[in-house]
Design a protein around this ligand. Structure first.
Ligand SMILES: [Zn+2]
Ligand SMILES: [Zn+2]
Length: 192
């Protein structure tokens, strides 16, 4: 069992009791998970929040408010920083087994891609949390709103220090053109 698996156990709930209760019954859980893998090389830390489990006619509706820390790479300066992410959960899990008789329940064709509660009456929030967190990530991560980024010429991180690159050196082709102009009348007239 890896570290990630162990932590994911914190977001699996046995709902056999809730499934025996009438529609509208509610359970609330505090979620507190030190680490949860969101993707191959992306791990959320200090995941916290609440999840509400509501018994529906065909399963359990999850809603929740969660937050956690995710390391990201700034899209301007390429430095790694940690962002604090707030995100919500909302997903219905279908019941697949009758909790009293133990018999399999039929799932309608139209519902075949819905999340399900497994035969042991375990409801696993791991994938819902992963997807919701990934969707909440910024499209263009910034270490801070006014990140100065990298110098396009020398690569210096302009948040840390200034380089001595000149704006006119931006493109070597313009330098070449400037040299050519020096050699002709146009160049002399412009004082180059
Ligand atoms: Zn940055
Ligand atoms: Zn530079």
């Amino acid at each position: 069992m890896t570290m990630a698996d162990w932590d994911a156990a914190e977001v699996r709930f046995n709902v056999s009791q809730l499934l025996r209760e009438p529609v509208g019954s509610v359970r609330r859980y505090e979620i507190s998970v030190p680490r949860l893998e969101l993707d191959h090389d992306l791990t959320m830390t200090d995941l916290r929040g609440t999840a509400k489990l509501l018994r529906t006619g065909r399963g359990i509706l999850i809603t929740g408010n969660l937050e956690g820390d995710v390391p990201l790479e700034c899209s301007r300066c390429l430095e790694e920083y940690t962002t604090h992410l707030n995100f919500e959960l909302e997903e219905e899990f279908l019941q697949t087994v009758n909790v009293i008789s133990g018999e399999d329940m039929e799932i309608a064709e139209a519902d075949s891609d819905m999340l399900t509660i497994d035969a042991n009456h375990t409801l696993d929030l791991t994938d819902v949390i992963r997807e919701s967190a990934l969707l909440a990530l910024p499209m263009q991560p910034l270490c801070r709103p006014d990140c100065a980024g990298l110098c396009p010429q020398c690569g210096t991180n302009l948040n840390i220090e200034q380089c001595h690159c000149q704006p006119e050196n931006l493109d070597a082709r313009w330098v070449k053109l400037g040299e050519l102009l020096k050699d002709n009348d146009l160049g002399e007239r412009s004082g180059a």
